[in-house]
Design a protein around this ligand. Structure first.
Ligand code: EZ4
Ligand code: CO
Length: 411
């Protein structure tokens, strides 16, 4: 039994933000979707797919997922990198979507079936001060979240990653969208010492208010040196974090050894990684506790599954990246993996806006703090071309970051 790929479409739309989607169609009329969105560099992946990958796919057997993955990875000769791996991920996920639709099963059934009732999600709470942060945490608890990421403004810093401050019609905005549709990237400022002094006081206040049970997470967003990260991990130990994310810029995997020697705060890393090689030392030496990769940026379901299986041998769990710059297609792919794997940890969840949900109609649900991919055959996402046509691509950039003296810093 074969199904030839007859059509390859690269769809770019910008409902609430830019998304790049790959749609493959087979000779028996089945379509599959893959997410290829790389925040702030979207058109590079769109070109990689339409100029260099689409011509290779027409005529291939859509069922040969692993062979196609290896053909694109090894065939490029130039390995790894976010653009290449996002493009390969989109093809991989679209082929899994097709295979599951042909089988008439939700995708997680092809990955081994459900290992749990649903995927524990964490939401993003933030505040410009402690009262606003408490309101944001309460709002999340009311929506059913059972785990919460805490980000906060820092006295002395004007604009910090992860703090939603723009007002909306309903009042304060609790979701956080870093990419801005501006001609040049927005410039934020940074002072690590101010941050290290302030953050533990915030976690102390949150624990006092909300008690010991609520799982709390925090994202350091690549901003500390190893010794600063070690110090923060130690300072946060009394507040029993679920994880401290991206404490250092992890191109240097060896740096995590120093952090690990000094703290028992669990560590999560990897949203900017794109292959298993970025995790080689981290997993083998058990320097982390959670793998943060997105399906969309790590070569798709096939490749992330292998990373997570490797991690499982070292009691390291999943914490798949799920910001709004992962499209509902990428989110659905994550949820099918979350449901199937044994070493599931937690799933990041930032709900998309209404316009995005018009373009990407979805079967996944959020109920009682748990996400579920739904039971429609395939990924459970359909792409509405008419809705998408109303939203033209608009350039947008992630911010950049400077120290007070003007030095460029990791954002
Ligand atoms: O900054 O996805 O944990 N989540 C994050 C995200 C990233 C964005 C970048 O595109 O760190 O908010
Ligand atoms: Co992060």
């Amino acid at each position: 039994m074969s199904s030839r790929i007859t059509e390859v479409e690269v769809l770019v739309t910008s409902p609430d933000r830019n998304f790049v989607t790959l749609r493959l169609t087979t000779d028996d009329g089945v379509t599959g979707l893959g997410d290829a969105t790389l925040n702030g560099r979207e058109l590079a992946v769109a070109s990689y797919l339409s100029d260099h990958v689409a011509p290779l796919l027409v005529g291939r057997d859509a069922h040969n997922i692993e062979d196609t993955w290896q053909y694109l990875y090894r065939g490029a000769y130039w390995r790894r990198g976010p653009v290449t791996m996002a493009a390969i991920a989109a093809v991989d996920v679209a082929l899994w979507d097709i295979k599951a639709k042909v089988a008439g099963l939700p995708l997680y059934q092809l990955l081994g079936g459900a290992s749990r009732a649903g995927a524990l999600a964490y939401g993003h709470a933030s505040g410009r001060d402690v009262p606003e942060l408490f309101d944001s945490i309460r709002a999340h608890l009311e929506k059913g979240y059972r785990a919460i990421r805490v980000q906060t403004a820092v006295p002395g810093i004007d604009a910090v990653y992860g703090v939603a401050a723009q007002p909306t019609a309903e009042g304060a905005r609790y979701d956080y969208e870093p990419a801005q549709r501006t001609a040049l990237p927005v410039e934020e400022d940074w002072d690590t010492r101010a941050y290290l002094r302030h953050l533990p006081t915030v976690f102390e206040a949150v624990r006092n208010e909300f008690g010991p049970e609520l799982p709390l997470l925090h994202d350091g967003h690549h901003r500390m040196t190893p010794i600063q990260a070690a110090k923060l991990g130690k300072a946060l130990e009394p507040y029993d974090l679920f994880w401290l994310e991206d404490c250092t810029p992890a191109e240097n995997q060896d740096a995590l050894r120093l952090v690990r020697q000094h703290t028992t705060t669990p560590l999560a890393i990897g949203e900017i990684f794109n292959t298993v090689w970025d995790y080689q030392t981290l997993i083998r030496e058990q320097l982390i506790d959670y793998v943060r990769s997105a399906v969309t940026h790590t070569g798709g379901i096939s490749a992330l599954r292998k990373i997570l299986d490797y991690a499982a041998q070292y009691q390291i769990k999943s914490g798949i990246h799920g910001p709004t710059d992962i499209s509902p297609v990428g989110m659905a792919a994550a949820l099918h993996l979350d449901l199937a794997i044994h070493n599931f940890g937690i799933q990041e969840y930032m709900p998309h806006g209404e316009r995005t949900n018009e373009v990407f109609r979805q079967s996944f649900t959020f109920d009682g703090g748990l996400l579920h991919p739904g039971t429609e055959p395939g990924l459970g996402i359909t792409y509405d071309d008419d809705a998408a046509a109303g939203f033209a691509y608009t350039p947008a950039y992630l911010p950049v970051n400077r120290l007070k003296d003007g030095t460029m810093h990791d954002w």
